[in-house]
Design a protein around this ligand. Structure first.
Ligand code: HEM
Length: 155
């Protein structure tokens, strides 16, 4: 049972969090390109819209990661370990950054591009920064999940 839950947990992390990382990282340069291209004609927002959609849809699917994570931890009886508490806090922080900053700012940039409003470089730089923080947080969780500092179970 533990093996099945752990497999589903890791699969969810790869399949859901992976695409969010790539699409969110591609969004700021794609927004800048769309803005530059708009100077020469009507803005083609196809790519930027698709990247935003990938981030939203896969972020929702990413909920499966903590769901299977908690189930795995419960079956393994490790819910009270320090490394897990730290991972849960960092996962919540990563989700918070994504939902409160990355996704809304992507939406705002899309709206500005759609309305042919001027785009400040600082807008995409700030979004890239939030995206970097999100990526750093969940990468840290992955390291914690593998190293499990202080754990006496497994390698
Ligand atoms: C609420 C959040 C989370 C909980 C409760 C949780 C729980 C767990 C548990 C109990 C394990 C098994 C550890 C062991 O074998 O002793 C595990 C493994 C793992 N988790 Fe999580 N997890 C969470 C979030 C995440 C996130 C956000 C990621 C990455 C995006 C992640 C990636 C992994 C990976 C790669 C492993 C396999 C580690 C290994 O077996 O070497 N987890 N997780």
């Amino acid at each position: 049972m533990t093996k099945i839950l752990l497999t589903l947990h890791v699969l969810a992390a790869i399949v859901a969090v992976g695409p969010v990382t790539v699409a969110a990282s591609m969004f700021p340069p794609a927004a800048r390109n769309a803005h530059a291209a708009a100077a020469e004609g009507p803005a083609d927002l196809g790519t930027v819209r698709l990247l935003h959609r990938i981030c939203r849809v896969y972020a929702t699917m990413g909920l499966a990661v903590p769901v299977f994570g908690f189930a795995t931890a419960a079956v393994m009886g490790v819910l009270d370990s320090g490394w897990l508490t730290a991972s849960i806090a960092l996962t919540a922080a990563a989700a918070g950054v994504l939902v409160a900053f990355v996704l809304p700012r992507q939406g705002e940039l899309l709206e500005s591009l759609g309305a042919s409003k001027a785009l400040e470089r600082s807008d995409t730089v700030q979004l890239a920064m939030f995206t970097g923080v999100f990526n750093l947080l969940w990468a840290t969780v992955t390291i914690l999940m593998i190293v499990r500092p202080g754990s006496t179970t497994g390698a």
